[in-house]
Design a protein around this ligand. Structure first.
Ligand SMILES: Cc1cc2nc3c(=O)[nH]c(=O)nc-3n(C[C@H](O)[C@H](O)[C@H](O)COP(=O)(O)OP(=O)(O)OC[C@H]3O[C@@H](n4cnc5c(N)ncnc54)[C@H](O)[C@@H]3O)c2cc1C
Length: 364
């Protein structure tokens, strides 16, 4: 029988194509994985990737202030099954107790198999927002005040002191920023305010300080965090802020103003010199309005001008607190700023009798 070469070739192609198609089907089947979230939601995953990104693509926004580099330790989830062993990059962030519960950093877990995870229920409420920059202005040479008007959705529920995560466009990474305005501003004006300090060479803050303009559209997720005003408590309040740590303090103060300053409150703010102070007029207004509110800024590295004109305290804010405060047994404190300042402040507050669990802080 004389078989034409063209038929031979065609048969080979058809055969190979069929084998490839079957192999592909088998492979796809094999690669199809499922993430079971809180025994309630099943996310199909067709190609492997990091748990954090897969959750985010499926509208589960786990906080990741460092942008997924295992540097902040915020993106913790409980992995009940699947996910492999904990990586050395996670060890510094996971306590032995958490390890027993299967806690992992979602940014370090590769989804290679079916997984069962538990996500804190409040994180399932977090949404992604589109907003417009309504106002951006300098409040010090290195701090910008930013007001965002929410476009979609326009509703956000949060507690005074919580934070949001801003998406850096073009880089697909988020950075955390405390909300510096009270929940009522979001409710009544669809707006949130932030105060953002420039970190030289920093990705997000360079974009905000040098490129972001009024009218630009931005995306953020939120709300996040367990650092917020306890409205049930009847203790006196000490707020301590430094640098960018102003933001949640201002949110908390504005909320206390809405409540009519129900408890004696003192706000200590640490700055190097008077150029680093901001929102002074607002705090003076609150002092005027309430006998039980006091604002105490302290300068640790005053300029020659400050040395002549400053009539407030000099030195580290922690030393000023130590000198001015008596027993703090019935006081609680909210601290936000650089870790060194917060560690020193915590020691002093506890020395003055404040129960350790009443010292609440957010380290930036
Ligand atoms: C819960 C939370 C709330 C926050 N709220 C605020 C806020 O209200 N306002 C605000 O300005 N910031 C806030 N931050 C800090 C903020 O999330 C970013 O870390 C900061 O703005 C730097 O981001 P970046 O992308 O510009 O710098 P990156 O590109 O992330 O960092 C550049 C370099 O600077 C270093 N670096 C990062 N952050 C700091 C820092 N704070 N000081 C010194 N060096 C640093 C990094 O290690 C890196 O080497 C908050 C952080 C957390 C965790």
């Amino acid at each position: 029988m004389n078989i034409q070469p063209i038929y031979v070739l065609t048969s080979i192609f058809v055969g190979v194509a069929a084998v490839l198609a079957i192999a592909d089907l088998a492979l796809t089947d094999q690669e199809q994985k499922t993430i079971n979230v809180n025994d309630d939601m099943y996310i199909p995953v067709s190609s492997s990737g990091m748990l954090l990104s897969i959750l985010s693509a499926n509208d589960i926004h786990i906080p990741a202030a460092c942008g997924g580099k295992a540097a902040c330790g915020h993106c913790k989830v409980e992995v009940k099954s699947g996910g492999g062993d904990m990586l050395p990059t996670e060890e510094a962030f996971i306590s032995p107790k958490e390890e027993e519960r299967g806690v992992r950093l979602a940014c370090q877990v590769k989804v290679n198999e079916d997984m069962k995870i538990h996500v804190k229920p409040e994180l399932l409420e977090v949404e992604e927002y589109t907003a417009e920059v309504e106002e951006i202005r300098d409040v010090t040479p290195t701090v910008k005040h930013v007001r965002l008007k929410m476009i979609k959705p326009t509703e956000i529920e949060f507690e005074a002191g919580q934070y949001a995560q801003l998406l850096v466009p073009g880089f697909d990474v988020f950075r955390a920023y405390s909300i510096a305005s009270p929940p009522s501003m979001a409710r009544d004006e669809d707006a949130l305010q932030f105060t953002i300090k420039l970190v030289p060479g920093g990705l997000c803050t360079s974009w905000i300080h040098f490129a972001l303009e009024e009218g630009d559209t931005v995306k953020f997720t939120g709300p996040y965090g367990h650092f917020y005003l306890d409205e049930e408590s009847d203790r006196d309040i000490i707020l301590i802020g430094g640098g960018a740590g102003m933001a949640p303090m201002r949110g908390i103060l504005e909320r206390l103003d809405e409540l009519g300053m129900p408890r004696p409150t003192r706000y200590y703010f640490g700055a190097r010199n008077s150029d680093e102070l901001y929102y002074e007029d607002r705090f003076a207004e609150l002092e005027e309005q309430y006998d039980n509110f006091e604002y105490i800024p302290a300068l640790s590295d005053p300029t020659p001008e400050d040395q002549k004109n400053w009539d407030g305290p000099f030195g580290f804010v922690t030393d000023v607190i130590d000198e001015r405060e008596g027993s703090l047994e019935n006081t609680e404190s909210y601290l936000c700023g650089p870790p060194v300042m917060l560690d020193a402040a915590e020691r002093i507050l506890v020395d003055h009798g404040m129960p350790k669990e009443k010292v609440m802080f957010d380290k930036f």
